[in-house]
Every structure is written in structure tokens, then in C-alpha cells.
Design a protein around this ligand. Structure first.
Ligand code: CUA
Length: 305
């Protein structure tokens, strides 16, 4: 049995799995068959007088050595597979994976950053991953690969997609309330198509900024702030940019213009200047949003006329 997995490194895992499964199924059938056979063959009706057996040295040697060899073969086959998974092919294309609450960022060697992982078909891809906050786990079920993204350290994973297509990427480690939002795609493209995207994307900074709408939802802003004028727990963001607002600063009322400086401060120190009439309950987004995301969200707010 040889695996048909669409990812080369997944095939290694799958072959070991199939090998162990095949041995297990064979033993299960053999033992079940023998058990039933013995129950019938040595039933009391057929053998009213039990016989005392002293033992059989050869039989004992065989049933010690054969299983030992079988188990060792599983171990070595598995070890070989594990080593090939650890050993990143030298010609691999390198991509950095940054995990954070609650999204993935893929950073390519030319500086291109994207929320989805685009790769060329038939090429080994080496991912080096880390996390900006808590432990996440990068998981591509279709490729049978999974690796934790841990803050303060870099983990590695490689795969080599053998077919074009789009597959889900999940976070497989519970990482907080919006854990389920950490769903993205790995898109395996024909080589030329990938090359075109890679070169164009490298030049265009705009297409790689995470979109404001997505951030607004993914970061949980929409739980408290509407974009259509409805008042929720916090003030609506509709038409906020450029407006003069009355805020409470250390208990005193004052007027401020909701410009970029104000919005940025409201994200990082939300309780410094709270809009009058609202409770000071917003959590600081410091360390929670990257500089890029702050820009993305402010840009989005400017558009909410
Ligand atoms: Cu990240 Cu779960």
C-alpha cells in the first residue's frame, strides 16, 4: 500500500500509518480467528480430561522474537518518517508564519505579507512559524501536517503539494474566544500563476494590508461598536472620523476632534478620553493589534461616512 496524499511530506506520515494499520488488522484477524478456533477445538465436551502442558521452548522463542521485530520495524519506519519531516529540503521556498489572536500572517522572502498562504505546485515549502501572543497550532488537514506556533520560539514545518487546489488551514490549539476565526486557506497555484502573484504582490504594499472590515470583525470591535449609527455598548463609528466629540478626561469634560491621533490613542489607551455618556470599559488594544492593523482599522474608520 502506498499513500496517494496530495502532499509529499504527508505521504511519509501516511505510509507509516498504513504500515502500522496493516500489521494491526492482520494480527486482529489472526488472533480473533485462533481464539474462536481454540474455543471450539478445546471445548470441554471434546476434552473431558484436561491435559497438563509443560511448555514449548521453540514456540516461546518465536512468539517473543516475531512481535519484537514487528514492533521495532514500526519504530524504525516511524523514526525514518519523523526524520524526513524534520529535515527541510534544501531547495524549499521559505515562508514565515506569524500567528496571533486571531489571524495568520504569511511573510515571503520578498517582504510580501498575505493573510492566505499561496504556494506554487510541486515545490517544497518550508514554513518557520512563531506566535505574537499565545500558543497556536498551524494545521492543514488535507496535507496531514500540523505544527505548534509558540511565542518566543521558531518551529518548522515543510510540505510539498503535488496538485493545485485550495485547502483549509486551521488553528488546532484553543487560543481564546475567537479561536475559530483562525481559519484561512492554502492556495496551491500553477508555477507561472504563483510567480506572477508573487512578483506583483511584492511591489504593491496596499494589497497586503489586512482589510479593515475583516479586522473589525476578527478583533471583536463589532461587539461594542456599530457601523450604521446604532448605539451599542460603545459609540457608533459611523461618521466618527473628523467629528468633534465631547469626552471625559480625568473626570473633566472637553471637546476633541476625532482625528487619527485621537483614534490611535483611543485604541491604545481607550480610557484616557472616553466619549461622554459611555462607560470606561474598553480594553486596551496595545500588543493586541500590530502597527499594520492599527493603520488598517483607522483607514476603515475614515471610510465609515
Ligand atoms: Cu489560534 Cu486557536
Amino acid at each position: 500500500m502506498v499513500s496517494e496524499s496530495i502532499n509529499l511530506s504527508g505521504r511519509i506520515v501516511e505510509n507509516v500509518f498504513l504500515y502500522i494499520a496493516a500489521i494491526s488488522v492482520f494480527l486482529l484477524v489472526l488472533i480473533t480467528f485462533l481464539m474462536i478456533y481454540f474455543v471450539i477445538r478445546y471445548h470441554r465436551k471434546r476434552n473431558p480430561q484436561p491435559e497438563d502442558i509443560k511448555g514449548n521452548t521453540w514456540l516461546e522463542i518465536v512468539w517473543t522474537i516475531v512481535p519484537t521485530l514487528l514492533v521495532l520495524s514500526m519504530f524504525f519506519y516511524g523514526l525514518k518518517g519523523f526524520q524526513s519531516l524534520r529535515k527541510i529540503p534544501e531547495d524549499a521556498m521559505r515562508v514565515k508564519v506569524i500567528a496571533r489572536q486571531w489571524s495568520w500572517v504569511f511573510e515571503y522572502e520578498n517582504g510580501l505579507k498575505a493573510p492566505e498562504l499561496r504556494v506554487p505546485v510541486g515545490k517544497a515549502i518550508a514554513l518557520s512559524m512563531t506566535s505574537q501572543d499565545v500558543i497556536h497550532s498551524f494545521y492543514i488537514p488535507a496535507f496531514k501536517v500540523k505544527q505548534d506556533a509558540v511565542p518566543g520560539m521558531t518551529n518548522h514545518l515543510w510540505f510539498k503539494p503535488m496538485e493545485t487546489g485550495t485547502h483549509d488551514v486551521l488553528c488546532a490549539e484553543y487560543c481564546g474566544l475567537q479561536h475559530s476565526y483562525m481559519l484561512t486557506k492554502v492556495i496551491v497555484l500553477p508555477t507561472e500563476e504563483f510567480q506572477k502573484w508573487y512578483e506583483e504582490g511584492g511591489k504593491k504594499e496596499a494589497m497586503i494590508l489586512p482589510s479593515g472590515v475583516k479586522l473589525f470583525e476578527a478583533k471583536g470591535c463589532k461587539a461594542c461598536h456599530s457601523i450604521d449609527g446604532t448605539q451599542l455598548v460603545g459609540p457608533t463609528l459611523k461618521g466618527l472620523f473628523g467629528k468633534t466629540v465631547t469626552v471625559m478626561t480625568e473626570g473633566k469634560e472637553r471637546q476633541m476632534v476625532a482625528d487619527e491621533v485621537y483614534l490611535r490613542k483611543s485604541l491604545l489607551e481607550p480610557n484616557a478620553d472616553v466619549v461622554k455618556g459611555f462607560p470606561p470599559i474598553m480594553p486596551s488594544q496595545k500588543g493586541f493589534l500590530t502597527e499594520e492593523e492599527i493603520k488598517g482599522i483607522i483607514q476603515y474608520m475614515k471610510e465609515l461616512k
